[in-house]
Each structure stands twice: as structure tokens, then as C-alpha cells.
Design a protein around this ligand. Structure first.
Ligand SMILES: *Cc1c(COP(=O)(O)O)cnc(C)c1O
Length: 395
């Protein structure tokens, strides 16, 4: 893999005919260190957000020791890259064979569940193992989040008492976990969820060893500027300290998006312009799934030299496949003279961007390059500047 100084430099030098994935290892390292140092507990990386082996290795080397996996392939992948990592199989509905292989061959001891059926499955698949950490997932609201995760998984609060008591009987360590939905725009999401956890603990009168607040930590996108992550960590810490089990239990979180959104971006080329529509060479079946299917707005910039001084206008994008659905409504703000042959960087695609790529219609390959410039937006840069300036003061 080649290293370039900047997205603009790369586009100018290579004029690539295929979309190029840019990766910024320093951005992932910065995010990992932030969570390792500042989250008041343990941070598990949720692999589904971006399963790139290079990224998993970087996070491991930056102090992320636990990985939240949701499928057997993710378990195998992380085990191969980081043999000493602690793997947590946090999909609440698993194949019995997957549980057995994870337990026997990959040393997985941490599983989640949200039903008695799944608990029975785990007991059968591990042949009544006595060394399990079992996390019961409770359903919580997604009202503060941009992408809901409230419908599919999670035991109803009314079912929690029975499930916690039954799980306590077979688990070496008992956990409660939840997911507030992805891109939670307010720390209140976690405070409200912790209230449900508290009620479940009080009602079932079990001792709980792990409280896992899941993912949902936000990143920055156009029109989505969340409060600083420290506010989330503080709110979670306070809610945790208020739980009756805080003296004896561990606090965990499972960030996906927040750890990897800044890690990748994409350079695309405009192949045609039709009014305010740009036909680009990546799209809904490539790294822009969320832009097409949930209307996510990613930041964009024209990579031109000299920079266009034309005012910005709102564009929508068409991707390269022959499918009408390969359409990203945006709006994406770019100079009004943007035209065929121009290169555009689309930012913040490290989470749920590059992970979604398919080969549909023969598109979907392209090179990957490392760049050392900064991502188009960051939740961590102020932190970096603060660190730099305090070093300067010390000197
Ligand atoms: C997707 C997922 C995560 C990561 O969520 P983000 O919103 O990307 O932080 C964490 N835990 C579980 C169980 C998930 O399904």
C-alpha cells in the first residue's frame, strides 16, 4: 500500500479511473487512545462497523483488547489477527454450531442473549460450561439516535426478571447490555437506558458483574454535530455509579462508529454531470450504502488545484450501476462548476461505508492508499490540539 501526503495530492498525481479508498491510520489510533484513556471502563470494538484486518490490528496495538463480534466469521477473523484478544460474541441470536465453535476453538467465553431459548442454546452448545460471562440484552429506546436498534433485539423490561434469574444460575459472571441505536445525538440516551437497567436489577435482586452500555457513540457529519464525547462518558459514569451494583461490577462499552468513522474516506471521479446530478464511480452498492438507503449525508470536497472559487450548490449523486436505486440524494454541497473528470473526496466513510461494499454489476474494486492528512471532520482533533499545546507549555 502506498502512502500519500493528502487526498488532493493523490488525486492530482494518480488521476485514478477507479474509486480509491483512503485510510488514515493515525485517526483510528487517536480514537482508540481516546476511548482507552477516557472511557471510565473497558471499550470493546464492534467489528461490524469496519472489519478491515489493518484496522483491527491498529486498534489492538492501540490498547483495544476486547472485540465485539456478531458472527462466526468475525470471531475467526479477529482471532487470527489478534490471538490474545478477548472476544465477545454479542449477537443475541446465534447458531448453536457457531456458539460451539466459538467456545471450543476460539476461546470465546462472553456471549449475549435476550431470551430463554438462547440461554438454553448457549448451555447446550458449551455443554454446560461454568466459565461463561453472559450478558442479557435489555430493550431500550432509540429516540435519541439516527439509526434505530430498538425493534429487533432486546428483552422487554417485563421479561428481564425471569431472564436475569435464569441466566444468573448458569453464568459465572452476569452482565446486562443494551444498544441505544447508532449515532446517539445526546448523552441522555444512555442515562435513560441506565434507568431501565437499574429497574431490572432492583426488581430481580440479582448481583450483576458487568454493565455494558453498547455502541451508539456518535461521529461528526454535516448537520449532525454531537456534544463532545466526554459528556457521554461523564453521563454514563454518573449513571453507573448510581446503580446498586457499581461497587462490584465492571463498566463496558462497544463503540463501532466512533472508533472508525474517521479512519477512511473515498475519492470518486465524476463521469458525467446532468444539471445538479453528478454520476460518480461509487455508490449504493459500494461504500455509499447509508448515503443511498438511509439518506446519510457525508461531507464532500472537490479535489481541485487551484481550488474552485465558484459558490457551492447542492448536488445529488448517481452511482455507477445500472440501477435507479443507486442514487444518493444528499444534498452534497460542491462548487457550482463541478464537472465530468473532477475528483471528489467523500469523508467519514470508515464506519458502515467501506464495510458495505459489494461487487454488484462488476463495480466495487479499486485501490486503497494511506494518507497522512487529517480527516474531513473529527471528534478528536480538539483533544489533539489540547495535548499538543499542553506539551508546549511544559517545554
Ligand atoms: C452495531 C453494534 C455496535 C456498534 O454500534 P455503533 O453505533 O457503531 O457504535 C455495538 N454493539 C452491538 C451489539 C451492535 O450490534
Amino acid at each position: 500500500m502506498h502512502t500519500h501526503h493528502s487526498a488532493l495530492g493523490l488525486a492530482t498525481a494518480l488521476r485514478p479511473a477507479q474509486p480509491v479508498t483512503l485510510i488514515r491510520p493515525h485517526a483510528a489510533v487517536r480514537a482508540a487512545r481516546f476511548f482507552v484513556e477516557k472511557f471510565p471502563g473497558k471499550s470493546l470494538y464492534a467489528v461490524k462497523a469496519n472489519p478491515s484486518p489493518d484496522l483491527i490490528r491498529l486498534l489492538w496495538e492501540s490498547g483495544i483488547t476486547h472485540f465485539d463480534t456478531a458472527s462466526l466469521n468475525e470471531v475467526r477473523l479477529v482471532r487470527e489477527i489478534a490471538p490474545d484478544a478477548t472476544l465477545c460474541f454479542m449477537h443475541p441470536i446465534k447458531a448453536e454450531e457457531a456458539i460451539a465453535e466459538a467456545y471450543v476453538e476460539h476461546g470465546v467465553r462472553i456471549f449475549s442473549l435476550d431470551s430463554i431459548e438462547e440461554l438454553d442454546k448457549i448451555v447446550r452448545a458449551t455443554k454446560g460450561a461454568t466459565d461463561l460471562t453472559l450478558c442479557v440484552r435489555i430493550r431500550v429506546s432509540s429516540e435519541h439516535s439516527k439509526l434505530s436498534l430498538a425493534a429487533k433485539f432486546g428483552a422487554d423490561p417485563a421479561e428481564m426478571k425471569q431472564l436475569l434469574i435464569a441466566t444468573r444460575q448458569v453464568a459465572d459472571a452476569l452482565g446486562i447490555c443494551f444498544h441505544v441505536g447508532s449515532q446517539a445525538m445526546s448523552p441522555k440516551a444512555y442515562v435513560d437506558a441506565m434507568e431501565r437497567v437499574r429497574a431490572a436489577i432492583v426488581e430481580s435482586a440479582v448481583t450483576v458483574d458487568v454493565v455494558d452500555v453498547g455502541g451508539g457513540f456518535p461521529s461528526v457529519y454535516p448537520d449532525m454535530e454531537p456534544p463532545a464525547l466526554e459528556h457521554y462518558f461523564d453521563a454514563i459514569h454518573r449513571s453507573f455509579e448510581d446503580l446498586p451494583v457499581s461497587y462490584s461490577s465492571e463498566l463496558w462499552c462497544e463503540p463501532g462508529r466512533a472508533l472508525c468513522a474517521e479512519y477512511s474516506s473515498l475519492i470518486v471521479r465524476v463521469e458525467r454531470r446532468r444539471g445538479n446530478e453528478l454520476y460518480i464511480n461509487d455508490g449504493a452498492y459500494g461504500a455509499l450504502y447509508d448515503a443511498a438507503h438511509v439518506g446519510w449525508r457525508f461531507p464532500v470536497q472537490l479535489l481541485g488545484e487551484p481550488q474552485s472559487d465558484t459558490r457551492d450548490m447542492a448536488f445529488s449523486f448517481y452511482g455507477p450501476t445500472c440501477d435507479d436505486a443507486d442514487h444518493m440524494a444528499g444534498p452534497f454541497l460542491l462548487p457550482a462548476d463541478t464537472t465530468a473528470g473532477d475528483y471528489i473526496e467523500i469523508g467519514m466513510l470508515g464506519a458502515y461505508g467501506c464495510a458495505m461494499r459489494t461487487g454488484f454489476n462488476g463495480f466495487g474494486n479499486g485501490d486503497t492508499h494511506i494518507v497522512t492528512d487529517e480527516p474531513m471532520a473529527s471528534l478528536y482533533m480538539e483533544e489533539m490540539e489540547a495535548t499538543l499545546s499542553s506539551n508546549v507549555v511544559k517545554l
